[in-house]
Ligand binder design. Structure first.
Ligand SMILES: *[C@@H]1O[C@H](CO)[C@@H](O)[C@H](O)[C@H]1NC(C)=O
Ligand SMILES: *[C@@H]1O[C@H](CO)[C@@H](O)[C@H](O)[C@H]1NC(C)=O
Length: 572
């Protein structure tokens, strides 16, 4: 396994291819849908049933991956007027969307369903931001009462705009004819009905399956007077082109004979571009003769790029068993073997094998007889970037020679009840148009005998059965324009175009805002020594100092001058 991946990475894929072939799982969860719920919030519903309706919507939303890449959901509540509760694409991720649905408050009022549908078409689907990528535009109308306005015009307009409308009727007040005019045709596929809100959970699987079928089963197989959604592998896998045509189980049936040199291999992307729905029924009408009745081989298998089985029906002549393999959430795959009841499949005669896959169980049938029902663990969406093959030995690319008359996968599990094995004469003897000899051998038809003598005229017979249809009549006048077809798949991304011309120079920009101040710089080197300063001005006189010590005695003074003469009266 690991080695194989390494070799593929090193030898087979250039980096460009590797990028293109990124592992992609596909299933309902990865479908690209715009899904709009239109919920009745009129008085007749009541608060508690309205809560249940909300929870039911949350439940049926859980199978989708809510994102701008895959499914987007909008919710409209309506009574007299519609109210857009959640617009398309506003919530990315399931938890946010669930929270928003839980937060919707009950409106109350009358029931104007037609108006609500028109609102969805005119304002909600049309507001989608990804109109060109979206593959399916689906409206689910949940109502419990008779509408007080006309629903026909609005529903016709919705279909004309490419919106698929499901009508879910709850309770006994509802009229079937109204649900039928709301929903797409056939009503068996687009009208659902629950007795009341407490039992609405019972139609959950059914609703999920139908929403998913809408997303992953684009092709139709004409069966009886109906068109069944599914995959016609005789055509899709080019078996009709590559294998030799041979006689089938009845004279009216053709089959295809594979030999060791027939290689029935196609890209899964071309066969199951959106993966498989949670329920489907695999039907094969085949004859195992010679080595094919003794070997173990995959009658049908889907492989990942690394050759891991994504889905397979394996026949083993060794132990007369049938094995169904599918993906698993916890392991690489899960394998379910029906050990008993398939002995007849390996007896060299024509048989019809049916494998009915449901989300939690697989049931096998041989020639309309149920053989066994076995539980299934939750299944993971499968990788679609590998190959799908028919009649290959386990683990090899060697083709096992088988004769195949029918190889189909129907998306509607109920087709299991409708698809009978009447093409096998022993299953429905009354429908037999072949004799035992014709059935059991490839006898060579002998040469034509000689013509007999003419007989006598007989009696008038009874009125014959209706004859085969006559030759085509002259072509009629041009019919009126048909309904708008469903939108096609998104095309592949184109190649990068040539470089454009250089543009004119732009206008001068506005002055920018002032930036933040920078960090402070490092400390610089010391400056050069400065010049001596100028002499300062004379300062003020200082304060008087303390008294000095007494001085030494002075030297004798000079002789004084003669004093003045004194008068007579002086007695001196
Ligand atoms: C929703 O799903 C839960 C869990 O499966 C279940 O218990 C509940 O009854 C469902 N409710 C409705 C209204 O479908
Ligand atoms: C005969 O075949 C038709 C269609 O193939 C089927 O509807 C009918 O039930 C068959 N008759 C019997 C008796 O099984």
């Amino acid at each position: 396994m690991l080695l194989w991946s390494l070799w593929s990475a090193i030898l087979l894929l250039t980096p460009l291819e590797a990028a293109e072939e990124d592992d992609v799982r596909a299933g309902c969860s990865t479908a690209v849908n715009d899904l709009v719920y239109i919920v009745d919030g009129s008085w007749s519903v009541g608060t508690s049933d309205f809560e249940t309706a909300k929870q039911w919507l949350i439940n049926i939303t859980s199978q989708f991956d809510i994102s701008s890449q895959y499914t987007q959901v909008a919710v409209i509540q309506y009574s007299d007027t519609p109210r857009l509760e959640i617009s398309l694409g506003i919530h990315q991720g399931g938890p946010k969307l669930i929270e928003a649905i839980q937060g919707i408050t009950y409106l109350g009022g009358n029931t104007q369903t037609g108006r609500a549908i028109k609102f969805a078409v005119d304002h909600v689907f049309s507001s989608s931001q990804r109109a060109s990528q979206v593959k399916n535009r689906i409206a689910v109308v949940v109502t419990d009462g008779k509408s007080q306005d006309d629903v026909v015009d609005a529903s016709v307009e919705a279909r004309a705009e490419g919106v698929t409308v499901f009508a879910v009727g709850v309770g006994s007040e509802i009229t079937t004819s109204e649900l039928v005019s709301i929903a797409n045709r056939p009503s068996s596929a687009y009208v659902l009905y629950a007795e009341d809100y407490t039992t609405i959970d019972r139609i959950r699987d059914n609703m999920e399956q139908k929403l998913c079928e809408e997303s992953v089963c684009p092709t139709r197989i004409p069966v009886a007077s109906r068109d069944e959604k599914g995959f016609e592998l005789l055509l899709g896998m080019n078996i009709q082109k590559k294998a030799k045509k041979t006689s089938g189980s009845l004279i009216s049936e053709a089959a295809y004979s594979l030999t060791a040199s027939t290689d029935i291999t196609e890209n899964t992307r071309d066969i199951f571009p959106e993966g498989l729905p949670p329920s489907y029924v695999f039907v094969a009408t085949l004859r195992l003769k010679g080595s094919s009745s003794k070997l173990t081989f995959d009658l049908w298998r889907v492989l990942s790029k690394d050759k891991e089985i994504q889905a397979a029906v394996t026949l083993s002549g060794n132990d007369k068993s049938v094995t169904f393999t599918t993906t698993s959430r916890t392991e690489n795959w899960q394998r379910i073997t029906f050990k008993n009841g398939f002995q007849n499949l390996y007896d060299g005669k024509w048989h019809q094998l049916k494998v009915l896959v449901r989300p939690s169980q697989v049931t096998s049938f041989l020639d309309d007889q149920p053989i066994q029902k076995i539980m299934l663990e939750p299944v993971e969406p499968m990788y679609i970037n590998g190959k799908t093959q028919v009649a290959k030995r386990r683990g090899t690319d060697i083709t096992v020679p088988v004769e195949i008359q029918k190889l189909r996968l129907y998306c509607d599990p109920h087709q299991s009840e409708r698809e009978t094995a009447c093409e096998i004469y022993s299953v429905c003897p009354l429908n037999r148009t072949a004799t035992d000899e014709e059935e059991d051998c490839n006898c060579v038809v002998g040469p034509k005998g000689q013509a007999g003598l003419p007989g006598r005229m007989g009696f008038r017979g009874e009125k014959g059965r209706e004859g085969p249809p006559g030759p085509d009549g002259k072509s009629g006048k041009d019919g009126t324009h048909g309904d708008l077809g469903p939108s096609g798949f998104t095309g592949m991304k184109g190649e990068v175009g040539p470089a454009g011309l250089s543009g004119d120079p732009g206008l001068k920009g506005l002055k920018g805002d002032r930036g933040d101040p920078g960090l402070s710089g490092e400390t610089g080197p010391p400056g050069t020594k400065g010049l001596p300063a100028d002499k300062g001005e004379l300062g003020p006189p200082g304060e008087a100092g303390p008294m000095g010590e007494p001085g030494l005695p002075g030297s004798g003074g000079l002789v004084g001058t003669t004093g003045p003469k004194v008068s007579a009266d002086c007695s001196f």
